[in-house]
Ligand binder design. Structure first.
Ligand code: MN
Ligand code: MN
Length: 296
């Protein structure tokens, strides 16, 4: 089972609203190589694991858990890019007319100016993306390709907008994808697969992306947290020097420090959250009751 922490894996740097960048980022959330896919793929590979090679199961569980946080990070970033795109006004003043100029009208029309489980072309996320063959070596090989393709797409996203909120998240994911490529590359090495003779990964140059470089200076591209307070076999596999020859690998117990989850205010023009003064009074009473209960 899983527990939750009221934090995001990385800070979203505040910047101006940008519905176009928000839509581009949908690919990183609900696309074929997005965070919902990595989360579900590693979860299923972990839950369906057969045999006693527990270290590999622990490895999958750690990354699956991290990917849940990535889903949360991308979703919140999309929300921040949409926040402020419209303002409260009388219906006659068309406060939501921005939706007609935005690439994803569903952000405004279906959701209350927020993220959707779809890709950048509006296709709903699909379970058919998930690869779990039941074969450990094939799964690890596929996972390496998945991370490498995810990173490639995020490097393309980087080149689409300079918005700081967008860049902070895209750069973080570029670096984490690289770390995950290394986890699966290491796993393949321990399973006797000479992957680097076959796969030209990683051959995507990010040295001219300053935000990425800054994160790599912290060795974030060589680290993997266990995302558990229990013992993990991850460190048995993820150890030594980087399989890509760029530093020393570190398995870290527990979770990253994290950053605050942004609080998005009510948007009355979207009828969201829809808590009017009467309901607000009721909600406040519940919140006070809960507080007293917690204090007891
Ligand atoms: Mn991810
Ligand atoms: Mn990943």
């Amino acid at each position: 089972m899983f527990t939750s922490i009221d934090k995001l894996p990385n800070k979203i740097v505040p910047d101006k609203p940008d519905p176009k960048a928000a839509n581009a980022l949908q690919e990183g959330l609900g696309g074929q190589f997005g965070e919902m896919r990595t989360m579900m793929q590693y979860l299923f590979q972990n839950m369906n694991f057969r045999g006693d090679a527990k270290a590999y199961q622990d490895l999958l569980r750690s990354i699956a858990t991290e990917e849940m946080g990535h889903v949360e990070l991308v979703s919140n970033t999309i929300n921040m890019l949409l926040e402020g795109a419209s303002a409260q006004a009388d219906p006659e003043q068309l406060p939501l007319s921005v939706a007609l100029e935005s690439p994803n009208i569903h952000h405004f029309l279906v959701a209350g100016q927020s993220s959707r489980p779809v890709d950048a072309a509006g296709n709903p996320w699909s379970a058919t993306y998930v690869y779990d063959s039941g074969n450990l070596v094939l799964n690890m090989l596929y996972n390496l390709i998945l991370e490498a393709t995810g990173r490639l797409q995020k490097c393309r996203l980087y080149e689409m907008s300079k918005n700081k909120a967008y860049r902070a998240t895209v750069s973080y994911l570029i670096v984490r994808d690289l770390a995950h490529e290394k986890v699966f590359a290491k796993a393949l090495e321990t399973l006797g697969v000479n992957w680097n003779k076959t796969l030209p990964v990683p051959k995507i140059d990010t040295t001219k992306m300053p935000e990425v470089k800054e994160l790599e200076n912290r060795n974030l591209h060589n680290q993997q947290w266990t995302f558990t307070s229990e013992d993990s076999g991850l460190s048995k596999i993820f150890t030594g020097s980087s399989p890509f020859g760029d530093g020393e690998i570190e398995t870290l117990d527990g979770i990253p420090e994290g950053a605050a989850i942004p609080n998005i205010p009510d948007a009355p023009q979207e009828f969201a959250s829809g808590i009017d003064p009467v309901l607000k009074k009721q909600v406040n009473e519940i919140m006070t009751k809960r507080k007293t209960k917690l204090q007891q």
